[in-house]
Design a protein around this ligand. Structure first.
Ligand code: DQA
Length: 153
């Protein structure tokens, strides 16, 4: 039987501020899974997709920006939940635009069904697409979306 070797893809998964509190934080909105549990699901999905992932959470805008810069020549795609920085950060938006690494924006909640200040995303115009409203599954769908995008380019 012939086997096909897929080129190795490395994907950076970034979590923004307050996402370290998942499981404890507003569970009616964000669910009961901790970030650790979500990352375990992501690692399982990555294995299924035969890609490598690296996950990082930070409450600091500059750390997220530095990590995006360091992704050049290291990662072929980014999945990011920018948390509250979605609605405020021109810096993260410019970093994603600057590195030119295909990026998928994900949210646990459907930001368009929530307060009006969450309806605007600075990230969306520089992302390939946005997935939200599916809880932890938004991350898995986001990972699948970036991998399929990269494999069909
Ligand atoms: C969030 C939505 C944001 O509005 C909020 O500030 C978050 C989480 C989400 O995953 O639904 O921290 O990005």
């Amino acid at each position: 039987m012939a086997t096909q070797k897929l080129p190795q893809l490395s994907i950076l998964v970034l979590h923004g501020p307050n996402l370290n509190l998942l499981g404890h934080r507003e569970p009616d909105t964000y669910g009961y899974l901790t970030l650790n549990q979500i990352e375990l699901l992501l690692f399982e999905e990555a294995q299924r997709l035969q890609v490598e992932i690296f996950c990082l959470q930070s409450n600091h805008e500059g750390v997220l920006i530095d990590t995006i810069h360091q992704a050049i020549d290291k990662y072929q795609g980014i999945v990011i939940n920018p948390g509250a920085y979605t609605h405020t950060s021109v810096g993260i938006r410019d970093a994603i635009a600057g590195v030119k690494i295909p990026t998928v924006e994900v949210h646990l909640s459907n930001i368009y069904r929530r307060e009006s200040f969450r309806h605007h995303s600075y990230i969306a115009p520089v992302a390939i697409g946005q997935i939200g409203g599916f809880g932890a599954n938004s991350y898995l769908l986001g990972l699948r979306a970036i991998v399929e995008y990269l494999r069909t380019q």
